[in-house]
Design a protein around this ligand. Sequence first.
Ligand SMILES: NC(=O)c1ccc[n+]([C@@H]2O[C@H](COP(=O)([O-])OP(=O)(O)OC[C@H]3O[C@@H](n4cnc5c(N)ncnc54)[C@H](OP(=O)(O)O)[C@@H]3O)[C@@H](O)[C@H]2O)c1
Length: 281
Amino acid sequence: MRLNEEHHLKTITIGGDLTVHRIGLGTNRIRENEESRVLLLGAVERGIDFIDTADFYGHYATERMIGNTLAPYPKGLVIATKGGMVPGDNTWNGSPEYLQKALEGSLERLKLKRIDLYQLHRVDPRVPLKVTITFLKKMKDAGKIRHIGLSEVSVAQIEEARSIVDIVSVQNEYNIITRKHEDVVHYCDANKIAFLPYYPLGHGRVNLEDERILKLASNRKATVQQIALAWLLKRSPTMLPIPGTLTLKHLEENLQALKFELSDDEFKYLSEVSLPFSPSR
Ligand SMILES: NC(=O)c1ccc[n+]([C@@H]2O[C@H](COP(=O)([O-])OP(=O)(O)OC[C@H]3O[C@@H](n4cnc5c(N)ncnc54)[C@H](OP(=O)(O)O)[C@@H]3O)[C@@H](O)[C@H]2O)c1
């Protein structure tokens, strides 16, 4: 399957100049092996134009694999990466000294002169957000970053960051069964900020859930994963899900979700799915 005209309807323009389809590829399980090489090449061949990664994934291996497999990148392919979570250490570091090294490393591994979308992986509670964001702005002004995004943040944190520099995307956990960030989705929608729901398939758990999803999947002759993605796409025009997969079969199915249009009634019906996680959590 390749994306055709119909799929062009579901695009999003991030930061005013990065236009991509509203289904990207999450890569936290991509490693330096043949399976991942086939997946990455096949993904681009099938029309994936937004790849989300991080220096943290595979302790740098994922970025290295993307750079070694796909660079020089075809025109229009956006590689979004993240820094601020220390690979191999599971701690945050938002200090300018650390981020400077992290950014230089990502540029080198991804074989890029400038990163289209650099996302702060986590806010480091030990470093004032103002300090971290001011540094990222400096890197943007220096031409090493095109646009800045945030990950796992509150509305107040987004607002604080936006008072210093333009924030074009937010990547928080969100899917049909986990909606603790409803306020952030609403804020991004209202302010035209791309919202990249991570774990868009509930980290693979959506298939175990509510009978409403199963019923609608059966009615629409779709998989439960496609229904979960279609629900996200309908939730907000700024939504850009990044399902992670290692198989081209699943990747094709995920891309096909772009052509599913849920009706308002279907969306409402699905939105009443029983939530294992309370939205207030
Ligand atoms: N910002 C952050 O802090 C953060 C945290 C976590 C993740 N992320 C990002 O979010 C991305 C997505 O998260 P994730 O990959 O962990 O979770 P996910 O996308 O919610 O789910 C991935 C799981 O679903 C399966 N899957 C994918 N497509 C499928 C399909 N069409 N049918 C059936 N199963 C399917 C995958 O297995 P198969 O390989 O068998 O398809 C995998 O087990 C990550 O890759 C990463 O880029 C960001």
